[in-house]
Design a protein around this ligand. Structure first.
Ligand code: FEO
Length: 406
């Protein structure tokens, strides 16, 4: 076993024993410029319980942190709150090594763990609302299906008033600090929004239901311990986390307008800048992302609190420009809501790219303000004026929406 890794005490019975991934920059397509953590926790009471594990390559770090608290062979139970491999990659090897008496997961967690790892070890299913005394502490399990996988659940430790929230309330942030109150607010705000937009956004309806359920249950939570990023241990941080999730989930439109686009020979870039001038003239706030400079991760994060989107593409080989197709596919999957918008771009002889963008925006239920603006080759003065007018039209419609107009 490697040495040199220490656990961090979180509450009376709970220790953080996870791993810090300082080097990850791509989390299945989500750009993670500040790295990440895979948080696992150890409950040490009459028995020892491990809550989640880590990504497979970090198993030695996990075991070393556990060993800094207790002999890993004393782990009697393992709880798997979420079966995605950043939290279960090390699970089969940990089970082989410590031979726990029981491994707990949700009904769908059992199915996922079985199909991912084909393990011999029996998994004990816990159901939504189940409570049990385990190893000297009282645990309650809450299924949180589609937050953000069908198997997801949260585990509440009544003795410590601590909620293991798996991916919920998490963020990708590698830091030597384990607690939210030790991390600058501006960094947390940025990474929290990015995480929500890139992971949680499509499941916003479930977020609102979960927040209602927490409020109605009277559950007393002093600590939220997520599977990524800092642990929240102050009333202020917990309240703020809930309020931010509510705000993100509602996706109320603002006067921000995101233009994302790419360009082959500069025409679509010129058009994007002219559209932006039209938006500015009408008093709304354009934000431009040229896709060979901006990552899809930034685009969806910007869109989460925008009110309008304009997408620009050249036509290349009868289709969208590759970077536009990439980002639009990603954005469509994350289901941003409450947007008005339009498509624009340039072409040489066929011009399908802009039409395909427009179709995708329609599929995304973006309210299309006007027909796509498709300019052949290089925009002249009249075409540039059409771009300005497109920006103005989108701005006018957005202002109507913001003022409550139908
Ligand atoms: Fe952090 Fe859904 O895994």
């Amino acid at each position: 076993m490697v040495a040199g890794f220490e656990a961090v005490k979180v509450s009376e019975h709970v220790y953080w024993v996870g791993a810090i991934d300082w080097g990850i920059r791509d989390f299945h397509g989500y750009q993670t410029m500040r790295g990440s953590t895979y948080n696992a926790y150890l409950i040490v009471a009459d028995d020892v319980i491990l809550v989640d594990t880590v990504k497979a390559p970090f198993k030695d770090e996990l075991m070393a942190r556990i060993a800094s608290v207790t002999d890993p062979q004393k782990i009697k139970y393992i709880i798997s709150d979420h079966s995605e491999m950043d939290h279960t990659g090390a699970l089969p090897a940990v089970i082989d090594e410590v031979k726990p008496e029981k491994v707990f997961a949700s009904t769908l967690g059992l199915k996922d763990l079985t199909d991912q790892f084909h393990m011999d070890h029996e998994i004990t299913v816990v159901k939504d609302g189940d409570s049990m005394e385990l190893g000297g502490v009282k645990l309650t399990f809450w299924e949180t299906r589609m937050l953000h996988w069908p198997d997801s659940m949260m585990t509440y430790v009544a003795d410590d008033r601590l909620l293991f929230s798996q991916d919920g309330f998490g963020m990708h942030l590698a830091t030597a600090k384990r607690f939210a109150d030790e991390v600058p607010q501006c960094v947390r705000d940025e990474e929290n929004a990015k995480y929500y937009a890139n992971i949680i956004l499509p499941y916003s309806a479930m977020v609102l239901r979960l927040l209602d359920r927490v409020a109605a249950s009277g559950l007393e939570v002093d600590i939220i311990a997520p599977d990524h990023g800092p642990i929240m241990r102050t009333a202020g941080d917990i309240k703020y986390a809930m309020e931010e999730y509510s705000r993100f989930a509602k996706q109320e439109p603002t006067d921000k307008v995101v233009i994302f686009y790419d360009t082959m020979w500069g025409s679509t870039d010129l058009m994007a800048r002219a559209v932006s001038e039209g938006l500015t003239a009408e008093g709304v706030q354009p934000v431009l992302h040229r896709l060979r400079a901006s990552h899809r991760t930034e685009v969806i994060t910007e869109l989460m609190d925008a009110g309008a989107v304009l997408v620009g593409t050249p036509t290349l080989n009868n289709g969208m420009f590759p970077t536009v197709a990439d980002t639009l596919t990603y954005v469509r999957g994350l289901k941003p809501k409450n947007l008005v918008g339009a498509a624009f771009g340039s072409y040489g002889w066929s011009g399908e790219g802009v039409k395909l963008v427009n179709e995708t925006l329609e599929h995304m239920k973006v309210e299309i303000v006007q027909e796509p603006l498709n300019i052949r080759f290089v925009p002249d003065a009249q075409a540039m004026e059409s771009c300005r007018e497109l920006g103005k039209s989108v701005a006018v419609r957005l202002k109507e929406v913001l003022s409550g107009g139908s």
